[in-house]
Design a protein around this ligand. Structure first.
Ligand SMILES: Cc1cc2nc3c(=O)[nH]c(=O)nc-3n(C[C@H](O)[C@H](O)[C@H](O)COP(=O)(O)O)c2cc1C
Length: 333
């Protein structure tokens, strides 16, 4: 039977199928189901900079009103979710570590170098095997240059790197003018891996009420192309692990990102849509594909379609653009 073991961030994973951060990884029950269905690792939902700032603010306000530190901290409920707060999060990390045998990756989501960065050390103490840092920052200031924004990212990564000893992965957006350059700099700043990519939810407009409405739509396999291209370009360039995220739904998608050079294939939308058991047929189909091609291990084919390995590396760059446009049939009338 084909061997699916892989290394990601220096960790040994039994499978490259990883559950990325979502509400599905926010409770021990779901985490156990993901493990039972074959996940190689799980990424917990993010602990947000805003949660940490809010907790500090509330505790300080209570302390100022005369409460003791223990009283001030006692008001935080033990539940995990978006906005549930750090106490519940640390407890989930601990319980996940005790309850699972696969690696547990904690996630921090923020945009500035602030006190919240110190929480990285608390997540390590709680037992996280690695930390994923999701830097979500929309720069809308015309006076701020692209290189300033990148400097800011590197600054946060350096600060978190200094705070922890466990492996650190950075989840990036695709919106950079020179992603390959930034990827190398993130590696130098201490990132052991990159997750390509975070998926942004763009606000929509209601034309009757003029309200800006948040909309969350799950991805489809079509969106795999962007991570696929960048994984192919970055494979073996900077010695960092690569995780594909956005648009991985089927065993074909998993095979594609591995061929491009990913170490793991992360999934959220597919698992939210079909449940954790979606991993079972995926694993069977991946093994079948490997058997049909005579591959016994992932190492035998990982990166075989990366930019370095394909006969025409320009297909990952501009050259493909004209060919792609020309491939559309001309309108008949
Ligand atoms: C409901 C929902 C919640 C999510 N929460 C987080 C989160 O807390 N932290 C994070 O880094 N990404 C989060 N994501 C992004 C996913 O981890 C993933 O990167 C994204 O959905 C793209 O992958 P997909 O195409 O497999 O869905 C969330 C996505 C969804 C749909």
């Amino acid at each position: 039977m084909a061997d699916l073991r892989t290394r990601y961030l220096g960790l040994e994973l039994r499978s490259p199928l990883v559950a990325s951060a979502s509400p599905l990884t926010g409770s021990l029950d779901w985490l156990r189901r993901l493990e039972a269905a074959g996940a190689g690792a799980v990424v917990l939902p993010s602990l947000f900079e805003e949660d940490l700032a809010e907790e500090t603010r509330q505790v300080e306000a209570l302390l100022a009103s005369g409460a003791t530190t223990a009283e001030a901290r006692a008001g935080h409920p033990d539940q995990v979710g978006y906005g549930a707060g750090p106490a519940a999060y640390l407890s989930l990390v601990q319980r996940a570590k005790q309850g699972l045998s696969i690696p547990v990756i904690a996630s921090l989501n923020g945009a500035s170098r602030g006190g919240w960065v110190r929480y990285a050390a608390r997540l390590e103490e709680a037992g996280a095997d690695a930390l994923e840092l999701n830097i979500y920052y929309v720069s809308s200031r015309p006076g701020r240059s692209g290189s300033e924004v990148e400097w800011h990212y590197l600054d946060v990564v350096r600060a978190v790197r200094q705070a922890i000893g466990i492996p650190l992965a950075v989840k990036l957006s695709p919106y950079f003018s020179s992603l390959a350059n930034l990827a190398g700099q993130l590696g130098e700043a201490g990132a052991n891996g990159l997750i390509l990519f975070n998926r942004f939810y763009q606000p929509d407009l209601d034309i009757e009420t003029l309200e800006v409405t948040p909309r969350l739509e799950l991805s489809s396999s079509v969106e795999l192309r962007l991570p696929l291209r960048w994984i192919a370009i970055l494979h073996r360039r900077f010695g960092v692990s690569l995780a594909a995220s956005t648009g991985v739904h089927t065993a074909t998608d998993v095979a594609k990102v591995l061929l491009a050079g990913a170490d793991v294939a992360m999934m959220t939308s597919a698992l939210l849509r079909h449940g954790p058991d979606h991993l079972r047929p995926l694993e069977v189909q991946l093994r079948d594909w490997m058997d049909r091609h005579g591959y016994q291990t992932l190492g035998q084919f990982r990166g075989r379609a990366s930019q370095r390995s394909v006969p025409d590396p320009a297909t990952f760059e501009r050259a493909n653009y004209i060919k792609t446009l020309a491939s559309h049939p001309a309108p008949s009338r």
